[in-house]
Design a protein around this ligand. Structure first.
Ligand SMILES: [Mg+2]
Length: 173
């Protein structure tokens, strides 16, 4: 499916929900793209998972903010790839650094920068330890198996809308 078709479907999926997250946070390696960027060279041209671009474009179009939370030790390569892919203006925060903690520091920084409460965030990641620690902060967190897909996106929005605090969340704008 092309990016435009995925975007259209992602837009349709979003219309099904009364409540949307204010901020959607993505991991990079094995969530937005199918590799560890520390194993790559900056000279390469990276690719995203097939549904990733369409989902990012749909969120952008809908006015939902996005951010990156990556524990990559090679921030320079990750940033180079984000620029090469033309997606850097889409993110209001990009926290890319290695850490002992499982992304709790990343989310504290994202929260400080965006002022969005954890309960209004949705997060996608391919590692269960990150999902566990970040969901304890109050963020709706979705484990992806094969990168972010339309199926994972729909699951994320469903889980977000069913979270206990969703009655306090901002209604769809
Ligand atoms: Mg990952």
């Amino acid at each position: 499916m092309g990016d435009d078709k995925v975007m259209k479907e992602a837009m349709e999926v979003m219309t099904l929900f009364q409540v949307l997250p204010r901020l959607v946070v993505f991991d990079l390696d094995y969530t937005l793209w199918p590799f560890y960027c520390e194993c790559r060279s900056k000279r390469e041209m990276p690719c995203l998972y097939p549904d990733a671009k369409g989902i990012l474009c749909a969120l952008k179009d809908k006015g939902v903010d996005m951010a990156i939370a990556s524990r990559s030790p090679s921030r320079d390569i990750a940033e180079t790839f984000i620029h090469k892919l033309g997606i850097s203006p889409m993110f209001v925060a990009r926290e890319i650094f290695s850490s002992w903690s499982h992304k709790t520091e990343h989310f504290k920084k994202i929260q400080e920068k965006t002022c969005v409460p954890y309960e209004s965030m949705l997060f996608f990641d391919d590692e269960n330890r990150n999902i566990e620690s970040v969901s304890k902060m109050g963020v709706t967190s979705i484990l992806v198996n094969n990168g972010v897909t339309l199926g994972a996106f729909r699951q994320g929005l469903t889980q977000f809308s069913q979270a206990p605090s969703s009655s306090n969340k901002d209604r769809k704008r």
